[in-house]
Design a protein around this ligand. Structure first.
Ligand code: ATP
Ligand code: MG
Length: 387
């Protein structure tokens, strides 16, 4: 018996024309994710991936890595064997032997319909064999252990535990986006959601230097590190924004500041997107959460961008976002205090319903193109790789 990990995906299976592209990307991502823990060839079999696991490999480490590979519906550690009944029975026994349980069932799927027995017949034959060897009871409705057997034309895969993957689509199959990453709780969750849909995320952070310290940059760097295991390599653009804020403050009405800041961020992010050949921007805004996130203001912010602006959290409550942030490991990083550029020079009563005409009149007093240009020229770019 040869120890393997079997990897199943679901949605990819639906993509008829592009299936090859999706499978190949998943295959590459799995290899990449296993770097340093199991450097093994990942093969494509019809409908699933499979990789041999050498003796003594750290299964916990493999499990940790695969749990972050988008596109995986579930995976299992098991055996790859010939598909004759004797071997199936013997191997099933080997697999369940070390487990502790009272009830079990056998589930068979045949990809090879020419196999001489039906799935049901194999289930009964293997089940009866296990009852005899183990004295355990069969329970078809709520078994403690399910022994799964996948019969293919030239082999079978047998395993006893399905480990859920994160779902979604393989990173790299949906193009590229630029995520505006503030250091707060919301934006890393928004970025995660796009990655989970197969997008590669480039990060942009605006910091208040020279009016703030570097703490927000440390926070976003840590956030990018926490998110990189989902996409293997990330690029972070650190944009000096304090000088632009200074100009806005000097030239325009205080109630419009928050919207003007955001519109400048959009324009700069769009320049970064152009460089990166990214096709959309992503923010962590949620409807009504703060003054800048009213429908009126969101529309005015959008009007500064020509690329689509995605807000995957628009309809989420804060507690849902917090739970997701905890689950993906960004919450504790986002809650370490840092000096944010946005509250800089913020009025007590920011406008919740700015008018586009007022905003445009205010911007007419600024050399918008030059400010964007200047910010883009002064960005610092950092790369993060994992593992
Ligand atoms: P977050 O928790 O992501 O900081 P928030 O609830 O604080 O969001 P805002 O401060 O209104 O909301 O920011 C809205 C969105 O604008 C953020 O989710 C982020 O995408 C973007 N953004 C805000 N400030 C910055 C910044 N300094 N750098 C990059 N993006 C920013
Ligand atoms: Mg914030």
């Amino acid at each position: 018996m040869r120890q393997v990990v079997v990897i199943h995906y679901h949605e990819i299976g639906l993509k008829k024309g592009n299936r090859d592209f999706f499978e190949k990307r998943l295959q590459e991502n799995v290899s990449r994710a296993l770097r340093g823990v199991a450097e093994v060839p990942v093969r494509r079999l019809p409908g699933r991936l499979i990789a041999p696991l050498p003796e003594g490999v750290a299964l916990d480490a493999v499990r940790e890595r695969l749990r972050k590979v988008f596109g995986i519906a579930f995976f299992a550690f098991g055996a790859e064997t010939p598909n004759d009944l004797d071997t199936l029975q013997q191997t099933a026994w080997d697999i369940v032997r070390p487990l502790s349980y009272e009830t079990f069932c056998v589930r068979v799927k045949r990809a090879e319909k020419r196999y001489p027995m039906t799935s049901n017949e194999v289930e009964r034959a293997v089940g009866a064999f296990l009852v005899e060897k183990t004295q355990k009871k069969v329970n078809l409705t709520a078994p403690e252990v399910t022994c799964s057997i996948e019969i293919m034309s030239d082999r079978a895969l047998i395993y006893a535990e399905k480990i859920p993957g994160p779902g979604g689509l393989p990173v790299g199959t949906s193009g590229r986006v630029v995520s505006l990453l503030s250091g707060g709780i919301d934006s890393p969750v928004a970025a995660y959601k796009l990655m989970r849909r197969g997008a590669r995320v480039v990060f942009a952070h605006f910091h208040g230097a020279p009016f703030t310290d570097r703490s927000s940059q440390h926070t976003v760097r840590d956030l990018v590190k926490a998110l990189t295991p989902y996409q293997y390599r990330s690029r972070l653009y650190l944009v000096p924004f304090g000088a632009i804020q200074g100009v806005i403050v000097a030239q325009t009405l205080s109630s419009l500041r928050v919207v003007l800041y955001r519109r400048m961020m959009m324009r700069i992010a769009e320049e970064i997107a152009r460089r990166e050949r990214a096709e959309a921007l992503v923010t962590g805004e949620s409807l009504g959460q703060v003054a800048s996130q009213t429908l009126t203001n969101l529309a005015i912010i959008d009007a500064a961008a020509t690329l689509p602006v995605f807000r995957p959290l628009i309809g989420e409550d804060k507690d849902t976002i917090v739970k997701l942030a905890q689950a993906i490991g960004t919450f504790d990083i986002s809650t370490v205090p840092f000096e944010d550029c946005c509250p800089l020079f913020m009025p007590v009563h920011p406008e919740t319903r700015a008018s586009l005409a007022d905003v445009q009149a205010a911007e007419a007093r600024l050399d918008v193109a030059a400010l964007v240009q200047q910010a883009v020229e002064n960005v610092a770019v950092e790369e993060v790789e994992w593992p």
